[in-house]
Design a protein around this ligand. Structure first.
Ligand code: URA
Length: 443
């Protein structure tokens, strides 16, 4: 009790110290997070601290302390009974980012355990859980016991964040969201890593997206975030690396839950668009590297090709879907996933080349069609979304189809069509189309 009282008196002092740019100690940070969870640090005090961190930052040691204190605010899962190396992937979020759905079974087919905890869509970005739920019967709400058992049996499970992992992050994020303090690199780092470290993984690969459709708009900011995530994750005792990837155009040809799941399953059949396959294979190769199951990138890529072309990745996906209550026939007939009944097509108004496809506009258009959420409690329409018929650099003639919109309510199509149409630019010169991989950030 005396300790709690002493702590209470110290809170304003700690906020002032951070406001003045001083470094907080490990115990200071742990006391703040513990106090936040037991109610002795009020929401307004934690918000003030977040604002002080926003302006003054935190060094790596403080960020590690914040990450570990938030990790320890709830359960830290033990996956020690699983012999295989345990590796997860986290993306900072993009438009058309369905990579997890094909990546997880590929990596699991290569002998790595993949305990993947994902999120739901919010705002212009979609979420892996919503995409997986487009598969009839697929459950993402496994208990910790079921999650562990599936990991042991199948080598991969794809589920939602359980409420008892890093609860301090959930509460702090809710405050940051309404106090203008989301865009702080130490706070983003501790938020992402606290949840991932609580999963009981050995290693982690981060996909830090940069560009208009991403959280980080500039390469400099994305690089700084990636470096911070890698450094702090490493200091916390895990093997962590990051890929910096371009998010200035949507990934693949689809945006929306069932559409994206169909496209991701195509990669397991050896199909799928080049950019989606490249992104998936590069991230998978990095996961094999941090798992220490392959010695070089070329060896990792050969192994990945073998497991995809030989059907092992597909077989792994069938096992995952079956174990999580879904209909495994979907894996072999992904085109049969239901899409919404009302459709509208957007066409090119001039001859030329596709010089730009704005992912942010398309993300919001897809949300307006019913595929995403503006508030956490909104229900998503699995069949709504957008299918692109062209990609950056493709030649088009006036009247050619650029995209088809899908919605369950006809009224949603009109506004969506204007928005989708406005997201395309047609120019006379063919633009250079580069790889999505900008850099790999390692320790
Ligand atoms: N994603 C998270 O999980 N946390 C942040 O703070 C930002 C993005």
């Amino acid at each position: 009790m005396a300790r709690k009282k002493r702590q209470l008196l110290r809170v304003p002092e700690l906020i002032v110290r951070k406001r003045e740019g001083e470094k907080l100690g490990d115990q200071d940070i742990r006391d703040l997070v513990t106090g936040f969870m037991d109610g002795s640090v009020a929401d307004y005090q934690m918000s003030a601290l977040a604002m002080a961190v926003y302006f003054r930052g935190m060094d790596f040691e403080e960020t590690v302390a914040m990450t570990l204190a938030m990790r320890d605010s709830g359960k830290v899962m033990s996956l020690d009974q699983i012999d295989a190396p345990k590796v997860d992937k986290h993306s900072t979020g993009g438009v058309g980012d369905k990579v997890s759905i094909c990546l997880a079974p590929i990596v699991a087919a290569c002998g790595v355990a993949v305990p993947m905890m994902s999120g739901r869509g919010l705002g212009h970005t979609g979420g892996t859980l919503d995409k997986l739920e487009a598969i009839p019967g697929f459950r993402v709400d496994l208990s910790v016991r079921e999650f562990r058992a599936q990991l042991r049996k199948v080598g991969c499970a794809l589920i939602g964040q359980t409420g008892d992992l890093a609860p301090a992050d959930k509460r702090l994020y809710a405050l940051r969201d309404v106090t203008g303090t989301v865009e702080s690199i130490p706070l983003i780092t501790s938020s992402i890593l606290s949840k991932k470290l609580a999963e009981g993984i050995d290693a982690l690969v981060l996909d830090v997206k940069v560009g208009r459709g991403a959280f980080m708009k500039t390469e400099a900011d994305a690089r700084e975030l990636a470096r911070c995530l890698v450094r702090v994750g490493t200091l916390a005792g895990k093997r962590v690396s990051a890929l910096l990837t371009d998010m200035n155009a949507p990934i693949g040809y689809t945006i929306g839950n069932a559409l994206e799941t169909t496209e991701a399953l195509g990669v397991l059949h050896g199909q799928g668009p080049d950019d989606l396959r490249e992104l998936t294979y590069e991230l998978a190769a990095e996961m094999l590297r941090v798992a220490e199951v392959t010695k070089s990138k070329s060896q990792a890529l050969r192994r990945i090709e073998r497991e995809v072309n030989g059907g092992a990745a597909l077989q792994k996906m069938r096992a995952i879907v079956k174990a999580q209550g879904g209909d495994p026939r979907v894996v072999d007939a992904p085109d049969e996933l239901a899409v919404a009944r009302y459709r509208r097509t957007v066409t090119a108004t001039a001859d030329g080349y596709v010089t730009d496809i704005d992912p942010l506009e398309l993300g919001y258009a897809s949300m307006g069609l019913g595929a995403g959420r503006s508030r956490a409690e909104d229900v998503v329409d699995a069949g709504a979304g957008i299918r692109l018929h062209v990609q950056l650099g493709d030649p088009v003639r006036a009247g050619d189809e650029l995209a088809t919109l899908y919605a369950s309510e006809r009224g949603r199509l009109r506004g969506g069509a204007d928005r989708v149409s406005a997201s395309f630019r047609i120019g006379k010169r063919r633009p250079a189309v580069r790889s999505r991989i900008i850099a790999t950030i390692r320790r």
